[in-house]
Design a protein around this ligand. Structure first.
Ligand code: J2J
Length: 550
């Protein structure tokens, strides 16, 4: 292993995954020219006016890979990738796979706090950002962050306004004449398949950065099995609207599943219904994915949108709880079938089948993609619950690594000694083997599919001089499912407002989606017997308007 701190599967288990064909022993970058050779001029990628064939995609990814290599990056290095949904995201990801550089999939709303802590955690050698995005100057921030980091990482910029001290990603990804020779040079330096191919961010429950290293072998299987479970073929036209760095649009089956199957990927930087419907009509989109809040906005807007949505066959919905009532509206509103998805960046993915009867598609989150996925549902006593009972889901399998990267303390809590990942989700499994997500025991807030670690917010707020004690809990919300509500006890004589908390967290460089949206000052916080804030009691307070929390 080139990177210390990855928790591999035990040798015997790895052998089993190889022998059963789950792991095929080829790095993800090897797919690139196989695709190009087989499909040449077919359209692989659409981004507005840009249309890249499979061959052009391979040539651009190779050009960028070699440019990175010329600047000293190679197998075993890690870089942060924070790009909006556009062709540059896909080319950068594939270039990294080719070279053995692992991209850490950051999200466009991340700011100095997230960039700095993750870059330190993985020893990032470069930051890849847009010049500007949604009125924010990412290029300047990337340089500020890089200046504070050991080894002064490179800054690569995708955009029109590239500073002289940045590298111009679009220029570096221009293939020129040397395509065939470059292909050979890169083939010769291909990474090993059991190395880390990429890092995904975890929704996390602590203030510590948690990144998930995914190997070439395991992610390739994740992609192939997801594409198979969703019947993705070369006829698929997949529309990417969720932020591409999330595991869901990236590989469940998403962008990589569609490219693997020979389909066409359309990148759209916004989930707004008008933009989505226009793209569906223009590109004859067959498949897309959304979190429930986004699917809800589409369902509402579809009726009189004036667009031809008849090409749409499947919409994958997951990332947070979808009520059966809403689930039942999605298919009829959009004229397609709903597939529910229950997945996690840590590994395990479940889908309802593309042709599942409504009863299953509307009320369950489907079944795992691999016969080698192991599921265990445990009661609070650590014993398996009776069949059909509700408990915490634990899982192991060929695309669920055995620990977070460089996080032994977190791993001791989140993984059992024999390698089961504790999902923190309360589920039950139906007689037909379908998973139903009922609740969760982990301490996070799921805001429209974006996971926010309560501990991360609490650690920062606790440092404010006014604050004696703090607890962040999920406030139910009809639009995005949950929003962050902050309960605080203040030091005597001090005052604090929601706006002041927001200003402080923004100044600390926290992503905007994590900023608390509700705020309650209490004279005392309720406590559990071990003296921690009693979040169950706080949530009950939120749900009971007579108790004063608004
Ligand atoms: C309820 N909760 C769900 C669902 C995820 C595909 C789809 C989603 C993710 C994802 C993903 C849920 N109903 N249908 O990586 O590949 C909650 C659970 C889970 C956590 C994982 C994919 N689908 N969840 O959401 O790593 O609590 O991955 O443990 O962001 O989201 O979050 P994340």
């Amino acid at each position: 292993m080139k990177r210390a701190g990855f928790v591999p599967w035990p040798a015997e288990t790895a052998r089993r995954y190889r022998e059963s064909g789950c792991w095929q022993g080829r790095p993800l970058g090897a797919w690139l020219w196989e695709w190009a050779d087989g499909r040449g001029d077919r359209t692989a990628l659409v981004d507005g006016e840009h249309r890249l064939s499979y061959r052009e995609l391979a040539a651009r990814a190779d050009a960028l890979a070699e440019s990175l290599a010329e600047r000293g990056l190679g197998d075993g290095d890690n870089i942060l990738v924070q790009l909006p949904n556009g062709w540059e995201f896909v080319v950068t990801t594939l270039a990294c796979f080719r070279l053995g550089v692992a991209p850490v999939m950051m999200l466009p709303p991340h700011r100095a706090y997230e960039l700095t802590s993750i870059a330190r955690h993985v020893d990032a050698r470069a930051l890849v950002v847009p010049d500007r995005w949604k009125d924010f100057d990412h290029q300047t921030l990337a340089h500020e962050v890089a200046a504070e980091l050991p080894g002064r990482p490179l800054v690569l910029v995708a955009g029109e306004e590239v500073r002289p001290d940045s590298l111009d990603l679009r220029a570096l990804a221009t293939p020129g004449e040397d395509v065939e020779a470059r292909r050979k040079r890169l083939d010769e330096r291909a990474p090993e398949p059991d190395e880390i191919a990429l890092f995904l961010l975890s929704g996390g429950t602590t203030g510590l950065p948690k990144v998930i290293g995914r190997t070439h072998d395991d992610y390739a299987y994740n992609i192939r099995a997801s594409a198979a479970a969703c019947a993705i073929t070369e006829d698929t036209v997949y529309l990417t609207v969720l932020p591409a760095g999330h595991n869901f649009p990236l590989a469940s089956p998403g962008i990589l599943g569609t490219l693997w199957a020979g389909g066409t990927v359309v990148m759209l930087p916004s989930p707004r219904p008008d933009a989505v419907f226009a793209a569906i009509e223009r590109e004859r989109v067959t498949t897309t994915s959304a979190v429930p809040a986004v699917a809800l906005s589409w369902s509402r807007a579809a009726a009189d949108c004036g667009r031809d949505l008849s090409s749409l066959r499947h919409v994958h919905v997951g990332g947070s709880v979808l009520s059966p009532e809403l689930a039942a509206t999605i298919g009829p509103a959009l004229g397609c079938r709903l597939q529910q998805v229950y997945g996690m960046a840590e590994g395990l993915i479940c889908y309802t089948a593309p042709d599942a009867p409504d009863e299953i598609a509307h009320t369950t989150q489907g079944s795992p993609i691999s016969p080698h996925d192991e599921l265990r549902v445990e009661g609070p006593d650590g014993q398996p619950v009776a069949p059909g009972g509700i408990g915490e889901m634990l899982t192991r399998g060929p695309y669920t690594p055995r620990g977070y990267f460089r996080a032994p303390e977190v791993n001791a809590r989140s993984y059992t000694a024999d390698g089961w990942y504790r999902t923190g989700d309360l589920v039950r499994i139906t007689e037909g083997g379908q998973v139903v997500v009922c609740d969760r025991v982990k301490d996070l807030i799921n805001r429209g599919g974006e996971k926010i670690a309560a501990g991360e917010i609490e650690t920062l707020v606790q440092e404010m001089p006014q604050v004696a004690e703090v607890a962040a809990v999920a406030a139910p919300d009809p639009e995005v499912g949950e929003r962050v509500c902050l309960f605080v006890r203040l030091h005597e004589g001090r005052t604090l407002t929601l706006a002041e908390v927001g200003a402080e967290l923004t100044a600390r460089g926290l992503a905007a989606f994590k900023i608390p949206e509700r705020f309650e000052v209490l004279a005392e916080l309720p406590h559990t017997p071990v003296g921690k804030p009693d979040k169950k009691a706080l949530r009950a307070l939120l749900n009971d308007p007579t108790k004063g929390a608004a």
